[in-house]
Design a protein around this ligand. Structure first.
Ligand code: ATP
Ligand code: MG
Length: 200
């Protein structure tokens, strides 16, 4: 590894609609395993792969991420994609943090197996893989195999505690008045009910 890289920091992108324990466990286990000094959650304002889908107001998604990460001193939430206009491309976000953190920081971009499998359809994947190390975390229901060979060198697969939780399932449950207890932090659960999110 390049000797100038003395520190490691993580970025976890996502729609977080809402954030849940699957996201939190993944980020925490990756942080612990790779010795990351911090992990920044970056809620996407306009995810290019979710165009046409109904997505909750970014301010709600941002605040839920803040609530969920409040008890972890290594975690923080960034507004960069919310404040940037146009589609939310990870390449722009990673470039921005590279600049902010400087050359000596090795940037880890954390994704679940499903998101990672789509990488070749992302904007400028080659450049993205030059800029950062990709962590492909296991996720129940998705396989970590068949990763494109040309990307192998910059990719770190990791097995994290299996939680078969998804934001879409949480939204579906709220809509049907089913319980979402223990799938996400209580503060986020209360926030959802207080603001009547996902009810229709
Ligand atoms: P949706 O069902 O709306 O797509 P989601 O649960 O997949 O929501 P996203 O915001 O789309 O959540 O995902 C953000 C990132 O977190 C992605 O890289 C995704 O692969 C990862 N991720 C989400 N849930 C899990 C989980 N249960 N285990 C591991 N990784 C996860
Ligand atoms: Mg998803």
């Amino acid at each position: 590894m390049d000797k100038r890289l003395v520190e490691k920091k993580g970025i976890m992108g996502g729609t977080f609609d809402p954030i849940h324990y699957g996201h939190l466990v993944t980020a925490e286990e990756v942080r612990d395993y790779f010795g990351l000094k911090e992990v920044v959650f970056v809620p996407s304002a306009r995810p290019p792969h979710k165009i046409g889908q109904k997505i909750t107001d970014p301010e709600h998604r941002y605040l839920m991420a803040v609530l969920a990460t409040a008890t972890n001193p290594y975690f923080s939430v960034s507004r960069v994609e919310i404040e940037r206009s146009g589609p939310s491309y990870s390449i722009d976000t990673v470039s921005l943090f590279k600049e902010k953190w400087g050359e000596e920081v090795e940037v880890f971009f954390i994704t679940g197996a499903d998101a990672f499998a789509q990488i070749s359809s992302w904007n400028n994947p080659d450049k993205l893989l030059e800029l950062c190390t990709f962590v492909a975390a296991s996720r129940p229901g998705y396989r970590l195999t068949n990763l494109d060979e040309k990307y192998q060198a910059r990719i770190k697969p990791i097995e994290v505690s299996a939680l078969a939780i998804s934001s879409s399932e949480i939204r579906r449950r709220v809509k049907r008045w089913e319980s979402i207890k223990y799938l996400l932090p209580e503060s986020v659960e209360y926030y959802i009910y207080k603001n009547r999110l996902y009810q229709e």
